[in-house]
Design a protein around this ligand. Structure first.
Ligand SMILES: Cc1cc2nc3c(=O)[nH]c(=O)nc-3n(C[C@H](O)[C@H](O)[C@H](O)COP(=O)(O)OP(=O)(O)OC[C@H]3O[C@@H](n4cnc5c(N)ncnc54)[C@H](O)[C@@H]3O)c2cc1C
Length: 322
């Protein structure tokens, strides 16, 4: 049995479900699971992490940790590692995890396997896979040498954890010196969207250049809202000003791995595929039967999206009503 430390993400006191996947996978493999919970006013969230598999939660609750900075959270992670002495350290490959883990690896001179989409424990060993060459190939990653092994995992890659509400974690206050920090995050300006973020949603519906303008995205939004899905976009749609950059899926946007990805009027350029090809089921709607997106799609619909998407929305509504 190894000791695994999971960095649990929260924003404004709301835990990120991708962190539960990490706790669940480590716990299902029979490891001693430690979690780090950092923030301001977050202590009350610790016990509940037991339901997802955490045995011990190291809590760093301090006003200085209200908003994430690389400096403060690296310091907190180092303190948690001192307390837990883990063999493996996990974080989600989210914008926060992408920033934190390399800082931690540099501070520890440790190995980091990032953006993994498969994690398999075998006793104290671990087998990992990550997409390379914009998702065209998959690399198997091995750690060599000693020292803690750091892993960041793509959201939705490990599947939902087993939840046992009766299981409680024991919370332990983390002693961490936050004096003399050189950086501090100010107030966050929130986006206006109430929809889930593309990286977290289990369904993402994206539109491309074929949407023609921002107004037309309403048909995608309406379809997404029926399912509680996120709205994504290709870079062409973002560059044309139809959607904000936070919705962009792809190599220079966000990497998503939802259960269902519906691409509407998106050709399937390699840079777009880099951000969505690990989705569990891909549906493509395109008027061009030769569009490259059909090569990765599980279901292809050769049709005008302005005809198809409203019909799909209606069908989703009917299913929901029954
Ligand atoms: C360094 C670099 C980084 C990049 N990063 C990204 C990235 O992160 N994400 C990204 O998406 N792109 C990225 N790109 C751009 C990428 O190469 C493509 O240009 C872009 O993805 C094309 O967007 P699109 O599919 O919406 O548009 P197009 O390629 O123009 O495709 C539009 C599609 O819509 C179809 N269509 C037209 N009308 C309809 C209709 N009425 N109904 C249904 N289908 C219709 C067409 O047949 C076509 O296939 C990057 C490029 C570079 C060079």
């Amino acid at each position: 049995m190894a000791k695994v430390l999971v960095f649990v993400e929260q924003r404004e006191g709301k835990l990120k479900k991708a962190s539960f996947e990490l706790l669940g996978a480590a716990s299902a493999a029979g490891h001693e699971v430690h979690a780090l919970l950092a923030g301001s006013g977050v202590s009350g969230l610790a016990e509940g992490l037991g339901a997802y598999g955490a045995a011990t939660v190291h809590v760093a609750d301090d006003p200085a940790l209200k908003n994430y900075t690389s400096e403060s959270h690296t310091r907190v992670m180092l303190a948690a590692m001192k307390a837990a002495s883990p063999q493996f350290v996990f974080a989600t490959h989210s914008p926060m995890g992408r920033d934190l883990m390399p800082h931690l690896a540099a501070a520890l001179d440790a190995g980091l396997a990032s953006d993994c989409t498969m994690v398999k424990f075998s006793g104290d060993q671990i087998a990992l896979r990550r997409p390379v060459y914009a998702g065209k190939a998959t690399a198997e990653v091995e750690f060599t040498g000693s020292g803690p092994r750091l892993v960041s995992v793509r959201a939705n890659a490990l599947g939902a954890p087993k939840v046992d509400p009766a299981r409680k974690a024991s919370a332990s206050k983390l002693a961490v010196d936050l004096a003399g920090l050189k950086t501090q995050a100010g107030d966050l300006q929130k986006g206006s969207s109430e929809r889930p973020d593309v990286t977290e949603a289990s369904v993402v519906i994206s539109g491309g250049r074929a949407m023609k303008n921002a107004e037309n995205f309403k048909i995608i939004e309406s379809c997404a809202d029926t399912l509680g899905a996120a709205v994504g976009a290709s870079r062409a749609a973002v560059d044309a000003g139809y959607r904000p950059h936070r919705d962009q899926v792809g190599q220079t946007g966000k990497v998503v791995s939802p259960t269902l990805y519906i691409a509407c009027g998106i050709s399937g350029a390699i840079q777009h595929l880099a951000g969505m090809r690990t989705s569990k089921t891909i549906v493509a709607v395109n008027t061009d039967p030769q569009a490259p997106i059909f090569q990765v799609a599980d279901y292809g619909v050769v049709c005008d999206l302005f005809t198809f998407v409203p019909l799909l929305t209606e069908e989703f509504k009917k299913l929901k009503d029954h």
